[in-house]
Design a protein around this ligand. Structure first.
Ligand code: ADP
Ligand code: MG
Length: 241
């Protein structure tokens, strides 16, 4: 497995947010993470990206324990891209600078190399003409695609997407989903927290339903979304659809 979460536990004060959670993602696999608001989806993605420290358990990438205190967080984050709901682009930096800043400053990439790769990615996603533009000249969908490109220039092993279409106007959701579909065709391994059940059904190889910090049920989209075993999964789907 490319990613393995084993008995992951996380509390915030008295709030048990991840409760001995187990989840694995294979190479080239796309897993959709669904569940009610507050079920722990964002916390899990932040723990995998080492933005939040777990209390117990292990998270491994390529069989290496990244939650070991000796692991280098910058190196791990180079291998695991995380994109948030809000695109978080720097307003006073061009699109190209937004994409290359972290690879150059944090990950020690050569500026020319980072720029070449950023340009290539922008070209691939149809944003080549925006390289020198500032974020406020771009639509929300374009900004979110830039944020995804920013995660891709490090050639991550794994891409984590946290509700990346939730903040977008409905007419802009499609272009971001299309980009994610294309990434899947390219073989990118992804763990995607989403409320878009139609999208999860189309793009995911597997759906994991998170309930009170545990993966209560997982399986092929048609099964989990169409014919769930657990009553709580059924309740969740009945509410959301
Ligand atoms: P989801 O993404 O599924 O909506 P979250 O992971 O954001 O769920 O939140 C899970 C629980 O953890 C919620 O009860 C939330 O209030 C709590 N939580 C998340 N981040 C923090 C934090 N930094 N400090 C305290 N509580 C937090
Ligand atoms: Mg969330």
């Amino acid at each position: 497995m490319l990613l393995t979460c084993h008995d992951v536990r996380k509390t915030f004060g008295a709030n048990l947010v991840l409760d001995n959670l187990g989840l694995a993602v294979g190479e080239h696999e796309v897993v959709a993470l669904i569940g009610a608001s507050g079920s722990g989806k964002s916390t899990l993605l932040r723990c995998i990206n080492l933005l939040t420290e777990i209390d117990d358990g292990t998270i491994s990438l390529d069989d290496e324990d990244i939650t070991d205190p000796r692991a280098n967080p910058d190196l791990v984050r180079r291998k695991i891209g995380l994109v948030f709901q809000s695109y978080n682009l720097f307003p006073h930096r061009t699109v190209l600078d937004n994409i290359t800043l972290a690879p150059v400053r944090v990950h020690g990439r050569s500026p020319a190399d980072a720029r070449d790769q950023a340009t290539e990615w922008l070209d691939r996603v149809g944003l080549a003409d925006k390289a020198k533009a500032y974020p406020d000249r771009l639509s929300g969908g374009q900004q979110q695609r830039v944020a995804i490109v920013r995660a891709l220039v490090n050639e991550p092993r794994l891409l984590l997407l946290d509700e990346v279409t939730s903040a977008l106007d409905p007419e802009l959701v499609g272009e971001v989903l299309t980009m994610i579909r294309n990434l899947k065709s390219d073989g990118m391994t992804m763990l995607i927290a989403t409320h878009e059940m139609g999208f999860a059904r189309q793009v995911a190889d597997r759906v994991a339903f998170l309930d009170r910090g545990r993966v209560l049920e997982e399986g092929p989209p048609a099964q989990v979304l169409g014919d769930p075993v657990e009553a709580r999964t059924r309740q969740f789907l009945a509410r959301i659809i």
